[in-house]
Structure formats: structure tokens, C-alpha cells
Design a protein around this ligand. Structure first.
Ligand SMILES: [Zn+2]
Ligand SMILES: [Zn+2]
Length: 226
């Protein structure tokens, strides 16, 4: 994939550079990201947002780690991919033949309203990999870097992002469980106990035993698609 022109590195409208370290800088970045997530996004828009966040956070992360004395250097990001994965929210691939670049990938499911915090954390996690030696993995340096970034930038980077931390669109789920009494609604990826035996469960909200199960068909997924 061709690399993007430099001009995209510091996109207008997103706080960047030193302003990120000022009070409210990261909050402003979060708010700007959340605003973009609140609109329906196709793969192209998701990739633009990912690239913008990389352009803003990358240099900040690199200088923060260097200031703390870690021997790091941010590789150039040669490609950004949006995946359909649900098990892995992000990845950083460093080609064996060229240690000066990396390819980042992010799950498309991150790009959904309410996920700005999680998206920033996952982007920062992969950028941390992009700064560290290729064989580091989630080793000592990774943990040190993670602590530094969480403390200084107010992030919540984790080694493994909890699935529950990510809000996902309905399009991902296969079952919808609705309490007929109060409207309380849940979504499930798989036909677990509640989906199979709804009569055994009571609604946590209203206490009634009135769950209705809907299978989210591909047709509905298309209709509700965001
Ligand atoms: Zn990782
Ligand atoms: Zn209920």
C-alpha cells in the first residue's frame, strides 16, 4: 500500500503536538473522536480516523516514552487496515525484512458510537508496539511503556482489551433478547443459556419472566447496518 502524504499526519480539527499534554488536551481528542464515531462510518472513514489518531498520538507517544528514558523509535506506519475481526481489536505487524516500518490493523467494530476511549487505548497499544523492538511482544518494556502512557496521557491501555469494554453495533450479534414486560434488551453473539432457555431467567430490571428471543437475520443486519 502506498504511504499517505505528510499533510494527513496532523489533521485539522484534532488536537495534536504539545496541546495533547496540556490540561484537557486528551479530553479534547477524545471528544473529537467521539464526534466522528457518532456518525455512520464506512471502512474508508474508519481508516481515515485511524490514520488521523495515529498521526496525532504517534509522535506524542514516542516523545513521552523517550522522555521517560525508554530506548524507543516510532516506525513509520506503512499501512492501516480495518478488519472484520471481533477477537482481536488491533495488531501491529513489523515485516521481518524491514524493521523501520509497521502495518497496523484495527477491528471495524471499534468504530462505533461510545467507543472513543477504547479506540484511543487500542490505537495507543499498537503504537506502543510500533515503538518497541520487534520481539518485545508484551514484555517488560511493553509494560513499562504502558504504565508511562497511562499515567501521562490518561489512557487505559491494557495487554488484552476486555471485550466488555467495547460497545458494538447490533450488526455483530446474532440474537436479540427482549423483556416483553419492560423492554430491557440484550444482544448475544452465540446461543447461550438465556437464548436457549429464556423461561429459566428473570429480567434484572423488572423481575418478570418474559423474555422473547429474536434471531438477527442477515436481512435485518443490512437494514440496521451502521
Ligand atoms: Zn499487543
Ligand atoms: Zn423487564
Amino acid at each position: 500500500m502506498p504511504s499517505r502524504p505528510q499533510s494527513e499526519k496532523f489533521p485539522a480539527g484534532l488536537p495534536c503536538g504539545d496541546s495533547l499534554f496540556s490540561e484537557g488536551g486528551m479530553a479534547a481528542l477524545r471528544a473529537a473522536a467521539e464526534e466522528r464515531l457518532s456518525e455512520p462510518m464506512g471502512v474508508w472513514k474508519k481508516r481515515v480516523l485511524a490514520r488521523n489518531l495515529i498521526g496525532v498520538l504517534g509522535p506524542a507517544i514516542e516523545s513521552m516514552l523517550q522522555a521517560a528514558g525508554l530506548p524507543v523509535h516510532l516506525r513509520s506506519v506503512s499501512a492501516v487496515r480495518i478488519t472484520r475481526g471481533v477477537r482481536e481489536y488491533g495488531s501491529c505487524n513489523i515485516p521481518r525484512a524491514n524493521d523501520s516500518e509497521c502495518r497496523l490493523a484495527f477491528s471495524g467494530h471499534l468504530f462505533f458510537t461510545g467507543n472513543a476511549d477504547a479506540l484511543l487505548d487500542v490505537v495507543a497499544h499498537e503504537l506502543l508496539h510500533a515503538c518497541l523492538p520487534s520481539r518485545e511482544g508484551h514484555g517488560t518494556l511493553f509494560h513499562q511503556g504502558m504504565t508511562i502512557l497511562n499515567d501521562t496521557l490518561g489512557l487505559h491501555i491494557e495487554v488484552h482489551t476486555e471485550k466488555s469494554a467495547i460497545r458494538q453495533s447490533e450488526t455483530l450479534y446474532r440474537y436479540k433478547v427482549v423483556c416483553a414486560a419492560c423492554g430491557n434488551t440484550f444482544y448475544y453473539l452465540r446461543a447461550g443459556a438465556v437464548v436457549k432457555h429464556p423461561s429459566r431467567y428473570r429480567c434484572a430490571k423488572c423481575g418478570k419472566n418474559a423474555f422473547e428471543i429474536y434471531r438477527i437475520t442477515d436481512v435485518e443486519k443490512g437494514k440496521n447496518g451502521r
